[in-house]
Design a protein around this ligand. Structure first.
Ligand SMILES: Nc1ncnc2c1ncn2[C@@H]1O[C@H](COP(=O)(O)OP(=O)(O)OP(=O)(O)O)[C@@H](O)[C@H]1O
Length: 657
């Protein structure tokens, strides 16, 4: 009788029976001892037939080398930062019950671990340890690996494990998805010893599922903290404390992203109105019977800061609260929050040069008699800034006409700008043409690459600016125009003036105020720009299922010098999105040149990444009381990067010295 045997012999006997059961299932023979859960049965069959795992050859737990572990941790650095509080809370609840806690990445590698130090050795040999690999293809049926495969919470109790070395464990796991719904991590609680009954773990399943959802939502809130967010629940009492749905929206109510509950609402909507809704991100007003103004005024007008709206697809009433965006910090703490109009606020997060641009643009937005000259390297966003200036001012409803003076052949530029009457010249359109300057009447004329405007035309432009009227070619009467003029250049106009290629008087007229756009490599808010451009490109590609940007890719993007600035960044991200084969863009998806030509200088106040963290590091560390996570967050790099830099520079934290 196995029960009368010594423990090791008893285990060996149970293991033999276990192996026999696996073969029975593989051969299609039923037996009462075979697992009841269909997920476990399917996983056993996968292990036998797909992964070709041999149940007679139990494998000891595999722990990946330190360097590999660091790479895996780095790839989920942002999640780890958010998850840590949840991990500690959950472990606080289960430690006394003999459980260890594992958080793995989406490849099944344990990147965070909590366990009883007194059981260190047993936990390590059972694979309940940092770096342990719980991929089903290697470890066989197990809570983490099978949860990753099936994308649902699971208990894997004792003999439900495939590998005979794991059959004394009980493990329960739930997945954590990113805002697109792709699994990015798994939360697992496991114990070395536990009661035999499977039901003994039901409570673990509820607990681990709850915490996985909380971590998922905390990550979602962190990712979209700069957006307006609605929080919703069917219970009025719970919406503020634990509203289950989260939907990030634009000011016009357009849905940007949603957590699992929110995505289900969107999916519900798309199932009901499929033909057009699948192509467009819905508006909140399409999901709920609501006017966006009633949602945006919740905090100021609703008594208990929530309002009830009916979901159109299900007819269910949801209580909605509004989370204001955590605006990018543009002023030191203590000063009033930014009042920048949205088009200007979006231009930058926390870069001194951009802040100057934003503040000056705000002051000038309605001063249409002041001509604005925007300077900056190619691709720094001069046209975007011109448009933001237009959109935030009192001419926003008028036309915005952009003209690239370098792109129009010299022979055509005059007729394009001023227009012409019928028969003004041979080859012209029979009905004549309205010029771009008259087209801008009531709005803004944006002249890009003004340094490339031929001298003769500069004289005519000067006249337009002075007299506020244009004379189309062949016309006998001038036409009055009311335009705001914004110009841009990436060339040094001073040099052009000195060389006699640009009229000094025109320069002074155009340069009523100058906005200088810093190159991307010098911007302290590069991380913000990368995220914003990534979101833009994702949206332009129309992908709600788009891959996310991995931490290693972000590090590389932060470190690259970007000679082509934001335009080049946009192209690089479009390339990465087009070529990504998995749900994560890694450094390998970036165009090759992004991995070379790294920033070599350390700009003054900026927060550069990678190798450029250098000289400011000690100051930053001191400012943050040597809190590595806080420094990494501020610099927009991962913690391992900060550690690497500290090691390279020989910096030792005071308490470690
Ligand atoms: N703040 C920003 N957020 C998102 N995308 C931006 C931003 N600034 C610029 N871009 C994008 O970068 C690209 C280049 O921008 P833009 O044409 O405004 O640059 P530019 O300085 O006018 O370039 P050039 O000097 O070549 O005329 C565009 O695709 C634009 O959409």
């Amino acid at each position: 009788m196995p029960n009368q045997l010594p423990p090791s012999a008893r285990l060996a006997s149970v293991q033999r029976q276990h192996i026999e059961h696996i073969f029975q299932l593989g051969e299609g023979r039923e037996a009462p001892q075979l697992p009841a859960q269909a997920t476990i049965r399917r996983s056993w069959l996968r292990c036998l037939n797909e992964y070709r795992l041999d149940p007679t050859q139990p494998r000891p737990a595999r722990v990946v080398p330190q360097q590999t572990l660091l790479e895996h941790r780095e790839s989920v650095d942002e999640l780890l930062h958010v998850a840590r509080a949840g991990v500690d809370q959950l472990y606080g609840q289960i430690a006394q019950l003999g459980y260890a806690l594992l958080l793995t990445d989406h490849r099944g590698i344990t990147v965070e671990f909590r366990g009883n130090p007194d059981q260190d050795q047993q936990l390590r040999s059972a694979g309940l340890y940092l770096g342990a690999d719980w991929d089903e293809r290697f470890a066989g049926t197990c809570a983490v690996g099978t949860c990753l495969h099936d994308r649902r919470a699971i208990i894997c109790h004792h003999q439900e494990h495939f590998d005979a070395t794991h059959i004394s464990l009980t493990c329960t796991a739930a997945s954590i998805a990113d805002p697109q719904g792709n699994v990015m991590a798994v939360l697992d609680i496991s114990a070395l010893h536990s009661p035999t009954a499977h039901e003994s773990q039901n409570f673990s399943l509820s607990l681990v599922t709850l915490y996985a959802r909380m971590i998922e939502d905390a990550y979602f809130l962190q990712r979209y903290r700069d957006c307006l967010m609605v929080r919703l629940d069917t219970s009025r009492e719970f919406v503020h404390v634990n509203g289950r749905g989260l939907i990030a929206i634009e000011e016009n109510g357009q849905v940007i992203a949603a957590n699992a509950v929110g995505r289900e609402l969107v999916a519900d909507h798309q199932r009901r109105w499929p033909p057009w809704s699948a192509q467009h991100a819905p508006l909140l007003g399409e999901l709920f019977e609501c006017d966006i103004a009633d949602v945006l005024s919740i905090n100021s007008a609703a008594d208990d800061q929530l309002r009830a709206f009916r979901a159109r697809a299900s007819n269910v009433i949801y209580f909605i609260s509004l989370l204001e965006p955590r605006r990018p910090r543009v002023a030191p703490p203590g000063t009033p929050a930014s009042t920048l109009p949205t088009p200007l606020a979006r231009l930058g997060a926390d870069d001194p040069a951009m802040r100057k641009v934003q503040k000056l643009a705000e002051r000038l937005r309605n001063e249409t008699s002041v001509n604005v000259l925007i300077s900056g390297e190619t691709g720094t966003g001069k046209e975007v800034v011109a448009r933001a200036l237009h959109d935030s001012g009192n001419r926003a409803q008028g036309p915005f006409i952009a003209v690239n003076c370098a792109a129009i052949p010299e022979a055509l530029i005059e007729s394009e700008l001023f227009g012409y009457e019928p028969g003004a010249f041979t080859g012209g359109r029979p009905k004549g043409m309205r010029g771009l300057i008259p087209q801008a009447h009531g709005g803004t004329l944006f002249l890009d690459e003004i340094g490339d405007m031929p001298l003769a035309l500069q004289t005519r432009l000067l006249r337009v600016l002075a007299e506020r009227e244009v004379m189309p070619l062949g016309a006998h009467k001038p036409e009055k125009v009311d335009i705001r003029v914004i110009t841009a250049t990436h060339r040094h106009i001073d040099t052009l003036i000195a060389q006699g290629e640009f009229r000094e008087d025109l320069y002074y007229r155009l340069n009523g105020a100058q906005l200088y756009l810093p190159p991307l490599r010098e911007r302290a808010d590069r991380l913000y720009v990368i995220r914003q451009v990534f979101d833009d490109v994702t949206r332009e590609r129309g992908g709600s299922q788009s891959p996310r940007l991995g931490a290693d890719a972000i590090s590389a993007l932060l470190a690259y010098a970007w000679p082509g600035n934001i335009r080049q960044l946009k192209n690089a991200l479009a390339f990465a999105l087009a070529t990504a084969e998995s749900d994560e863009i890694t450094v390998y998806n970036l165009p090759e040149q992004c991995l070379s030509q790294r920033i070599t200088h350390t700009p003054s106040l900026t927060a550069p990444a990678g190798d450029c963290v250098d000289s400011h590091l000690v100051t930053r560390l001191q400012q943050h009381q040597w809190n590595i996570s806080a420094v990494a967050r501020e610099l927009g790099v991962s913690r391992p990067t900060v550690y690497r830099q500290m090691k390279r520079l020989g910096i030792v934290a005071p308490n470690k010295a």
